[in-house]
Design a protein around this ligand. Structure first.
Ligand SMILES: C[S@@+](CC[C@H](N)C(=O)[O-])C[C@H]1O[C@@H](n2cnc3c(N)ncnc32)[C@H](O)[C@@H]1O
Length: 278
C-alpha cells in the first residue's frame, strides 16, 4: 500500500484539474496530433486522475497503460474510470472506454517504478506521463527517468510537481518555520532514495535537457478557498503532521499553528513538458 488513499486522491482531484496549465497540454496535443493510436504510459496513476484530465485533449484512438504499485489504487482506478466513461467494456486484459467520442483502451500494471521503470516505459510509447509523482522521487531516479524516456524517443508530460511555495490564510507567525520543516520532510526517502521534494521541477528540467529535449514549464499552484474547506483542513493537518514528524518545530508552536482555522491556502506546483528533437 502506498499511503495515498482513494478518498484523498478524490478530494484533491478538482483542485488538480483547476491548477493544470492548459497551454502546456495544448502544446503536447499539437505535438502528438498526426499520430494514430497513441500509446501512453501513466506512472504512479493512483485512481486514474491524469488520464481523466489528459486524454480528452489527445487524439480519438488511445491506448493507456496505468502503472502503480498499490493494487488497491489500481482497483479503484478501474472503477472510477468506468464511472467516468460514457460506455465501458472488458476486452481481454484491457478496459475499453468511450468518452465524448474518444476510444480509450486501458491496461493496468502493478509495478514498483524503482525496480521496473525501464520495463514499464519500454515498447516505444508516444507519451510517458505522470501527475503528482516526481516530488516523491530522488534526483537520481529523475535522471534515470530522463535517460529511459529518451531511449524510447517518447514525449514526456508531468503535472503538479510540488515546488516548495506555500501560503496560508490567515497567516501565522510560524508559517515560515513550519514551511521549512515541511519542505525538509518532503525530502525523506519515499521509496526512491532521498526525495527531490521541492527541487523536483528543476531536476526534471535538467534530466530532459541533458538528453536533448526541449523543456517547457508552467507554474500551476493550487489556490484553495473556503469552498473547499475539507481540502484546506486536510492539507493543514498533513502539513502539521509532517512538521511534527521531522522534529524541527517545537510541539507548542505546532499546536498553536494548528489552532488557527484556515480558510484558504496556496500550494505551489510546476507542470513540465519535454519534447524530443525540437
Ligand atoms: C500523489 S499520488 C498521485 C496519484 C495520481 N497520479 C494522481 O494525480 O491522483 C502518487 C502515486 O504514486 C504511486 N507510487 C508511489 N511510489 C511508487 C512506486 N515506487 N512505484 C509505483 N507507484 C508508486 C502511489 O501509489 C500513488 O498512486
Amino acid at each position: 500500500m502506498s499511503g495515498f488513499s482513494p478518498d484523498w486522491l478524490a478530494l484533491r482531484e478538482p483542485a488538480d484539474i483547476r491548477a493544470r496549465d492548459p497551454q502546456l497540454l495544448a502544446t503536447l496535443a499539437q505535438h502528438l496530433a498526426n499520430r494514430n493510436g497513441l500509446e501512453v504510459v501513466d506512472l504512479g496513476c493512483g485512481t486514474g486522475s491524469n488520464l481523466r484530465s489528459t486524454a480528452p485533449a489527445l487524439g480519438p484512438g488511445q491506448r493507456w497503460t496505468l502503472v502503480d504499485y498499490d493494487p488497491r489504487l489500481l482497483a479503484s482506478a478501474r472503477e472510477t474510470l468506468r464511472a467516468w466513461a460514457d460506455e465501458s467494456a472488458e476486452d481481454g486484459a484491457s478496459l475499453v472506454l468511450t468518452k465524448d467520442g474518444l476510444d480509450i483502451a486501458v491496461r493496468f500494471r502493478q509495478a514498483d517504478l524503482m525496480q521496473d521503470l525501464e520495463a514499464v516505459i519500454g515498447g516505444k510509447p508516444d507519451l510517458v506521463t505522470a501527475s503528482a509523482l516526481f516530488d516523491l522521487c530522488s534526483a537520481d531516479f529523475i535522471a534515470r527517468l530522463g535517460r529511459a524516456v529518451a531511449a524510447e524517443g517518447a514525449a514526456f508530460y508531468t503535472v503538479l510537481t510540488y515546488d516548495g511555495e506555500q501560503g496560508w490564510t490567515p497567516p501565522h507567525r510560524a508559517d515560515a518555520e513550519m514551511a521549512a520543516a515541511f519542505n525538509a520532510h518532503q525530502q525523506i526517502d519515499k521509496g526512491f532514495g532521498s526525495a527531490a521534494g521541492p527541487t523536483a521541477p528543476a531536476a526534471l528540467a535538467l534530466a530532459f535537457r541533458e538528453n536533448g529535449y526541449s523543456v517547457l514549464e508552467a507554474s500551476t499552484p493550487w489556490r484553495i478557498g473556503e469552498d473547499e474547506q475539507a481540502l484546506v483542513d486536510a492539507l493543514a493537518d498533513g502539513f502539521a503532521g509532517a512538521a511534527a514528524e521531522i522534529g524541527r518545530v517545537s510541539p507548542d508552536v505546532i499546536a498553536d499553528w494548528l489552532q488557527v482555522r484556515r480558510n484558504g491556502c496556496l500550494v505551489g506546483h510546476t507542470d513540465t513538458l519535454a519534447l524530443p528533437g525540437e
